[in-house]
Design a protein around this ligand. Structure first.
Ligand code: HT7
Ligand code: ZN
Length: 876
């Protein structure tokens, strides 16, 4: 398929001011009548053909200004509707199509989930319902009439406010009409119909308007919506308080469905969610689930202003809404929870998902310049790195400057479909700052590497840093230009308190932020009596890789004394990573896996620090994951050696601090009533770490301890934690625990997803065989995206030793799954396929097997555009 290029952007030749939809629902033959009020754009020649997108769209008729057209006056097929010579004056076009929701396995357009009708139109699903200028810069006011059989579609929902509803006399059918007064692009259109139950609440906005809030779920699941509703109300209040954004309709509806390609969708006034991000109770949801629900509910709600009121001019600008909205949801969660813990968790996610993407064949700028399949650009780079870029803007401009820029953006662009340039111009104008060089963050792919070498001159009382920044060559980007990199820093004196330099030369400094702007620069801190310990990149102030060449003593000092919690955590991670890399090399050559006592001791210091928040402690105790170690090693990766190294390190820590872990377990809270708040979750996370290390210390008491933890768990976090240890460490009664879990939760699909994932990620030698056997399990269903991800994708992304097996069987299995899935659901298949993105960094034999699997996919006849795009880029 031909690539689409940013530089080719042209505005649409026609406006579509209003869209009136009349949808008659039926499982296999839904009739859609779209009446479009169309107007030629100024400057466009009269008679310019009107070209509308379709995708497997079934045409049944049309009329222009109420009159039928000769067949020669238009072209209608699955992919397009072209009116060859439209009227010069504004006109109405009535188009009739029909849709088969039952057969829609792609879950894009109008489809069925558990017998209910729902839609997913981002990015290009609306054209699967009716022909349209299906692009984000065509904004229209929508009125939707939905009609269906009363028995099967008791609930009829659309965008905007409800206008009217009633029975259709003499039939068993009824209808509802919805009107959305806010012009919107077609990707934000939605409708839902079915027999759904709901919970209700309300919110009074800052200007005193009452908004009715409803969450719709399958009947019987209403009692699992409390947390989502609570999160929604907190999000609405937070957006008013922090960004001055007030909600703008009379109703806000959320619908949870169990078949959904992604997490959720921000359709105007009618958010549709993967039920995984709505449903929660202590019995079935982990603390992580609660945190995710809070974040995703907030994210979709925040899109109402950043995405819906102000949308993207074209899909290249996707980060305009996604990066900004992720930043906003991260800030919301930070305010609801511990800011330090949230920052560490976000950086871990960025490093584990975005850094590998940015270092391999799928690397692309935060604002890509070309694509063949837009669905493949809903990536960690657009979302997570996009959020980091917004965060850097805030760091550079300060809190007030950032808020001024956002205020100007909302005021100037409300109702627009706009660009990154326009967004940056608001910040530039509001703060009189030149952001020309900063814009490179949107244009260049790759993670900058920042290296720092420091030298202290006691006589001159100067600390000098030699700093470089560079991006390794990438496909399509041989060279790069220096970016503006804000480095938040501290200088720590011998007593552990921060000291200040009398003067700093060689770089612009704003408060405690150093601005790097050149490929290499020398920065000097003057007036320092003693050599301070450097704390760089505090709070992870820029999405870069930092090589600061700090020795064990300095890093240990930072781990103990840094006033910046992120860098305290980072110091432990850096030390642990260095040791894990050394141990991995030993394991690879079958050497001895003796762990350095000094490193084991650092974990003892963390454990005994009474002043640390339990959630922070839990994160600090967690060793870098296997994928993190692989990424740091970068080439000739041997996943077996990494696994052995990591387990050896864990055993050493467990054995050395057994008493401390034991004490932590004895102190673990035995709650009566479960609370999902951050403080309680932190205590559970710490107890889970203690149990894990206790198990890895290998004492004879460990298996019983874990089994009891499993049996006594009164919430899902504790239960799944213990079950994971039983299965992954192959402890006695693991199979019994799996059977117990299954019988307890077999009627709850979200809980059963966890059951599949625990087994998919077990590093045992027969891990792959277990996964293959589970594909034949009666509860496994390849066509349900959540279930597929819980087993297949969890295996491919969370089981490095088995996925990257030396015999190549792991790769071959995933290739088979991709090929099975592709004809049914190409979006989900293509996402699964991205698990091959780091194949070139594996050691020889393994990378050969991965290439073979990719070539097999590439040779498949009728491969979707989605998978073709990913496989071609992986192999380039
Ligand atoms: N904006 C939404 C993206 C999304 C999506 C994209 C492609 C295909 C299916 C999809 N479902 C949702 C979600 C968000 O980022 O808020
Ligand atoms: Zn989003």
């Amino acid at each position: 398929a031909a690539a689409i290029h940013l530089e080719d952007y042209q505005p649409a030749p026609y406006h579509i001011d209003t869209v009136d939809l009349d949808i008659h629902l039926a499982p296999t033959a839904t009739q859609v009548k779209a009446t479009l009020a169309i107007r030629r754009r100024d400057g466009v020649a009269p008679g310019t053909p009107l070209w509308l997108n379709g995708d497997e769209t079934a045409f049944t008729g049309l009329a222009v200004n109420g009159q039928g057209l000769e067949e020669s006056a238009y072209t209608a097929n699955e992919r397009e509707l072209v009116i060859h010579t439209p009227p010069a004056e504004p006109f109405t076009l009535e188009v009739r199509t029909w849709v088969n929701p039952e057969a829609n396995t792609q879950l894009s357009g109008l489809y069925r989930s558990s017998g209910n009708y729902c839609t997913q139109c981002e990015a290009e699903g609306f054209r699967r319902i009716t022909y349209f200028l299906d692009r984000p810069d065509v904004l229209s006011v929508y009125t939707t009439r939905i009609e269906g059989p009363k028995a099967d579609t008791q609930v009829l929902l659309g965008n905007g406010n409800p206008v009217e509803s009633g029975d259709i006399p003499g039939t068993d059918r009824h209808y509802a009409i919805w009107h959305d007064p806010h012009p919107k692009p077609s990707y934000l259109f939605a409708m839902v119909a079915g027999n759904l139950a709901h919970v209700s609440d309300s919110f009074v906005t800052s200007s005193g308007r009452k908004v009715d809030l409803k969450i719709y779920v399958e009947p019987g699941k209403e009692d699992r919506c409390d947390w989502a509703m609570d999160s929604l109300k907190r999000s609405m209040k937070w957006d008013e308080d922090v960004f001055g954004c007030e909600y703008d309709l009379d109703v806000f509806n959320i619908v949870a469905v169990s078949d959904f390609n992604m997490g959720a969708m921000e359709n105007k006034g009618l958010n549709i969610f993967n039920d995984k991000y709505v449903l929660a109770d202590p019995e079935t949801a982990t603390d992580q689930d609660y945190a995710n629900i809070e974040a995703v509910i907030a994210h979709e709600y925040f899109h109402n202003w950043t995405g819906n009121r102000i949308t993207c001019r074209d899909w290249f600008q996707l980060c305009l809404k996604e990066g900004l909205t992720v930043f906003r949801d991260q800030e919301f969660s930070s305010d609801m929870r511990s800011r330090a813990v949230k920052r560490i968790s976000d950086v871990r996610l960025l490093r584990s998902h975005q850094f590998p993407e940015d270092a391999g064949p799928l690397a692309h700028p935060v604002r890509p310049r070309q694509y063949t399949e837009i669905n493949n650009f809903y990536t960690a780079t657009v979302y997570e790195k996009g959020a980091e870029v917004v965060r850097m803007l805030k760091t550079l401009l300060g809190d007030d400057g950032f808020r001024k820029g956002m205020d100007l953006y909302f005021q100037r662009h409300d109702g627009d479909a706009t660009t990154i340039e326009a967004f940056l111009a608001c910040f530039s104008e509001a703060t009189s700052t030149d952001l020309g060089q900063f814009a490179r963050w949107y244009e260049q792919a790759g993670t900058p590497l920042v290296t720092v070498k420091s030298q202290f001159d006691a006589t001159a009382q100067e600390l000098t840093l030699d700093i470089t920044q560079s991006i390794a060559p990438l496909p399509g980007q041989a060279t790069s230009q220096p970016a503006v990199i804000p480095i938040r820093f501290g200088l720590i004196g011998q007593d552990g308190a921060d000291v200040t330099a009398s003067r700093i030369t060689g770089a612009e400094v704003r408060g405690d932020v150093l601005l790097l702007t050149k490929a290499s620069q020398k920065v000097t801190f003057h007036g320092l009596e003693h050599r301070p310990v450097l704390s760089l990149l505090r709070g992870f102030s820029a999405p870069v890789r930092l090589e600061a060449h700090q020795n064990l003593a300095d890093l240990t000092f930072l781990a103990r004394h840094d006033s910046d919690p992120f860098n305290r955590w980072q110091a432990v991670q850096t030390l642990a990573t260095q040791e894990l890399i050394r141990l991995t090399h030993e394991a690879h050559k079958k050497g001895s896996l003796e762990v350095d006592d000094r490193l084991v001791e650092i974990f003892g210091t963390i454990l005994s620090d009474q002043g640390l928040d339990p959630a922070f402690k839990a994160l600090a105790l967690d060793l870098p994951g296997e994928a993190d170690i692989a990424r740091e090693i970068g080439k000739n990766v041997d996943p077996d050696a990494i696994h052995a190294a990591r387990m050896a390190f864990r055993s050493a820590i467990g054995a050395a601090h057994l008493a401390a872990f034991h004490a932590l377990l004895a102190d673990a809270p035995q709650e009566g009533t479960f609370s999902p708040d951050a403080a309680s979750a932190g205590k559970r996370a710490l107890a889970a770490q203690a149990l894990g290390y206790f198990a890895d210390a290998g004492t004879p008491a460990a298996p019983d301890k874990v089994w009891h933890a499993f049996q006594q768990a009164n919430n899902m976090t504790d239960r799944i934690g213990a079950l994971t240890l039983l299965v992954h460490r192959n402890l006695p009664r693991a199979e019994q625990a799996l059977a117990d879990f299954r019988s307890r939760h077999s009627d709850n699909s979200l809980a059963m997803d966890k059951w599949f994932t625990v087994q998919a990620t077990t590093p045992a030698k027969d891990g792959l065989e277990r996964v293959k056997a589970l594909t034949a399990h009666p509860l496994f269903d390849m066509t349900n995206p959540n279930r597929m991800r819980s087993l297949i994708q969890a295996f491919a992304t969370g089981n490095h030793v088995q996925f990257a097996r030396k015999d190549g069987e792991g790769f071959a299995f995933i290739a088979d799954c991709v090929m099975t899935l592709d004809p049914r659901n190409p979006q989900v298949a293509a996402r699964l396929l991205t698990c091959f993105r780091s194949w070139r960094s594996l050691e020889g034999e393994r990378s050969k097997h991965a290439e073979k699997a990719l070539l097999r996919i590439s040779a498949m006849e009728k491969l979707s555009r989605d998978c073709r795009d990913i496989v071609d880029r992986c192999l380039q």
